[in-house]
Design a protein around this ligand. Sequence first.
Ligand SMILES: *[C@@H]1O[C@H](CO)[C@@H](O)[C@H](O)[C@H]1NC(C)=O
Ligand SMILES: *[C@@H]1O[C@H](CO)[C@@H](O)[C@H](O)[C@H]1NC(C)=O
Ligand SMILES: *[C@@H]1O[C@H](CO)[C@@H](O)[C@H](O)[C@H]1NC(C)=O
Length: 708
Amino acid sequence: MSQTAIATLLAIATSFYFLLSSPTTKHSYHSFFISTALSDNVSVAHHLRTLTRRPHVAGSEANAEAAAYVLSVFTSCNIQAHVAPYHVSLTYPVSRTLSLTRPPPADSPITFTLRQEIYDGDPYADVANQVLPTFHGYAKSGNVMGPAVYVNYGRVEDYATLKEMGVDVSGSVVLARYGEIYRGDIVHNAYEAGAIGALIYTDRKDYGGGGHDTKWFPDDKWMPPSGVQVGSVYDGAGDPTTPGWASSEGCERLSYEEVEKAGDVPLIPSLPISAADGETIMRSIDGKEANKDWQGDKDAPIYRVGPGPGVVNLSYTGENVIATIQNVIGVIAGTEEPDRFVILGNHRDAWTFGAVDPNSGTAALLEVAERLQKLQKRGSTEWVEENREILASRAVAYLNVDSAVHGAGFRASATPQLDELLKQATQQVQDPDNSSQTIYEAWVGSSNSPVIGRLGGGGSDYGAFVQHIGVPAADISFGKGAHDNRFLIEGQPHFKANTPAEDTQYTTQCTMTSSGWKNLGTQCSKDSCRTAASVWGLVALRLADEEFLPFNYLSYAYELQKSAKELEVEVSGKGISLSPLFKSIKELSEAATKIENQKKAIEEAKGWVSKWKRDHFKVRELNDRLMMAERAFTDRDGLFRRPWYKHLIYAPSKHNDYGSKSFPGIDDAIEEAKNLNTAESWYTVQHEVWRVSRTVRHASLVLNGVLT
Ligand SMILES: *[C@@H]1O[C@H](CO)[C@@H](O)[C@H](O)[C@H]1NC(C)=O
Ligand SMILES: *[C@@H]1O[C@H](CO)[C@@H](O)[C@H](O)[C@H]1NC(C)=O
Ligand SMILES: *[C@@H]1O[C@H](CO)[C@@H](O)[C@H](O)[C@H]1NC(C)=O
């Protein structure tokens, strides 16, 4: 996650196989690709060290240097590469102050230093001054003063609880803890509740293992008391001044006033603060005792909700600048089908050093490039917006990696037609942490089938591909963060206070040493990074090389059926009919079966002869249908009041950008109808059900390929 998506993209031509100099079978060269023969032990670590030597926030000179490095590696791999610059609106902090006044008999007001400590022996201490002061990207500038109110995670339901307790939030500065929802939504929900400012802190209970005997970085994996999670609070996608179009030089741009009116940037100031500062403010809050599940760890004081009597004075000034960012685009052009691509991508800019998010991903991508080169023996929101029409007609799939490695355990999210392929690819690659099993076996664990996430969340580069134009996509990484509630330390000094925004994932940290990564109690090594490169590259090569695109739409129908069943429970008794939706899903399932049979028929008609003796046109026509079916889930008008989000199956939910729900439009409508409870609001829910049903039906029509 970054202020605005900035990417390294590698487009691999379909039929990569035909670019190989020596004839070989596809199967054997795919095995060769993932074998250790192509991978050395130093490359990944070297890339990572070079990319993370300095903090490289978007728009900085250090990030331009990192782009030049990526370009040079691509070029040295004989990959045609170029830099596509965009001119985007970014924000940087200019000044911040925070003070707390407590009622007598307390002493004089406390002024917080807002500084993260550098630890003894930090090998990156010399460049620590290049780390930006802690702030929220796209935060509102202003000075506000008000009593502090503790609002737990700042979710809509937390404000409902406060209301039941009779606590008035209006005019207050809320103290929320990081954890359950996207920080932009924490600020937005605070504004909706009438607060004038928001402070978001890192509670030890969520990020520190609990208890004051906890050790922290660099002695253990937890974030130190002065560590601060930074990140963006923007609720939209890409550059806020160019919603839906590319930020090229001299392009049309909204004024900042217009951006504020559009409603995706916060309208009240906010600051991220440390566990230590959060606790100091917490101690100044009196009033009713907060619920049990709002409390801290065993050594924490009792949390109360306020308001006050502690009064917070928060002031933040940011500057809006138009900065140049660089997408590095590498293209391996094909000979057989030069108009089709599989795209691999990762953003490059980091809030600080980015050892995990995103540069473990960048290092893995460079490793993929190097291996492809050896085989041959010879940012994306803005980029997507600009190349929308070409991508919509030519991109086969987009494969994303933000953080290649932030712990142990394989994790994948995908649009469902890729499920089978992911399962198959992981069955071919060995688990880096246990040589007697495959990644698949480790991933499945004791269940029958692995858990594959979906791509409805915001905050990563796949968003533009899936949610804006409907390109099938996958996102992979090592590190099961979502459930283990820890904090990511993104590299070295200053604790890189950035939970990878891609999730509410509080992952473990890796620090990089000259031999790779220092491993603090978790499996996090350059071997994992190389393994990520193996899976990533293998999935790409299978997509590029299979005669028939390895897309299975039966999985899609199955997933939709599951989500529709969940919906049934939510709307029961409200007079909503889901039968159009179930009917369209049944049609999709039939179309998916039919196209599988057609595939078999083409194969059988020609028998086991060389693919080029088959009816090439028929194969291509069938692949077109497989490729374009995903586009059919997009709707020209997009989601209600969120027109950038065209995909009606996967998009962020309105009150939590990280939430990955299916049917976001129906979900938003239900949320609103539950609040208003009018006939009209429930009618809107029914309308959204119809809209989704129509796109699902369109997808089955595309798969069928026959005019109605
Ligand atoms: C590379 O590392 C692996 C273990 O990760 C080891 O088995 C192998 O011998 C190493 N190769 C070289 C050339 O150091
Ligand atoms: C609040 O903080 C601002 C900025 O530091 C300062 O100018 C102002 O005087 C403070 N207000 C009070 C009442 O202390
Ligand atoms: C390694 O994998 C094997 C096969 O799945 C399993 O039996 C064994 O317990 C695993 N070892 C560890 C340390 O997890």
